[in-house]
Design a protein around this ligand. Structure first.
Ligand SMILES: C[S@@+](CC[C@H](N)C(=O)[O-])C[C@H]1O[C@@H](n2cnc3c(N)ncnc32)[C@H](O)[C@@H]1O
Length: 204
């Protein structure tokens, strides 16, 4: 018997024609402090655990986490990094993540909207979690290009996104295909289950 996700085919969902605008996220945060219930749902807890378990090294000198939302993954990554830059485009998310990590001097939380506001520094770990499927393809490719340019030699790019079992929307299944193609990095790990897809890529 075929698993539900085996019905998916490369390119079976079309990317957004335009990236989801900032107002969409501002409205979500105006309605709820944790719009995706990142702090509550078992889906998130299981995915965070697998994401952390998939990191090939026990520690990283410098990590970059765009779209950090309220800082759930940030708090977990902070335990594995000497320095961590977490950013989000939405002011409410930045305020919450900054407050939740205020006791951690090695964590910096800033407001930044990708692909325009990429940092002027390099990292040995970049984590893109539940973020890339909001972009139209040209913006997604700019984000991927931007973070690959900022990876130090041997650095790791980790992507993890919700996937749909049906070919109805631009989701983790298709965004990861685009990432792997655009990044041109060696793939160290690929996890694919009914709920999410996770890839670990390594810079030369
Ligand atoms: C589903 S949440 C991310 C969850 C978080 N990465 C995690 O795994 O816990 C999506 C986040 O992306 C942020 N976002 C959307 N577009 C963005 C952009 N262009 N640049 C930076 N952040 C963006 C939103 O403000 C929102 O906080």
């Amino acid at each position: 018997m075929r698993a539900p996700w085996e019905s998916r085919r490369a390119g079976d969902a079309q990317p957004h024609r335009r990236s989801i605008p900032p107002e969409y996220f501002e409205e979500r945060y105006a309605a709820s402090a944790d719009p995706w219930r990142l702090a509550e749902r078992w889906y998130e807890q299981r995915k965070y655990a697998l994401t952390l378990a998939s990191l090939p090294r026990p520690r990283y000198a410098s990590c970059y986490e765009p779209a950090c939302s309220i800082g759930e993954l940030t708090l977990r990554l902070a335990e594995r990094c000497d320095r961590l830059l977490a950013v989000d485009a939405t002011a409410a998310a930045v305020a919450t993540a900054a407050a939740r990590t205020a006791h951690l001097p090695h964590v910096r939380v800033e407001r930044a909207a990708l692909p325009d506001d990429l940092p002027d520094q390099t990292f040995d770990l970049v984590v893109l979690s539940e973020f890339l499927y909001y972009f139209a393809l040209p913006d997604l490719e700019r984000v991927v290009e931007g973070v690959v340019d900022r990876l130090r030699p041997g650095g790791h790019l980790v992507c993890v996104h919700h996937r749909s079992a049906s070919a109805e929307r631009w989701d983790g299944f298709n965004t990861h295909q685009a990432v792997v193609e655009k990044a041109g990095l060696a793939r160290l790990a690929h996890h694919d289950d009914v709920e999410f897809v996770l890839d670990v890529l390594e810079a030369p």
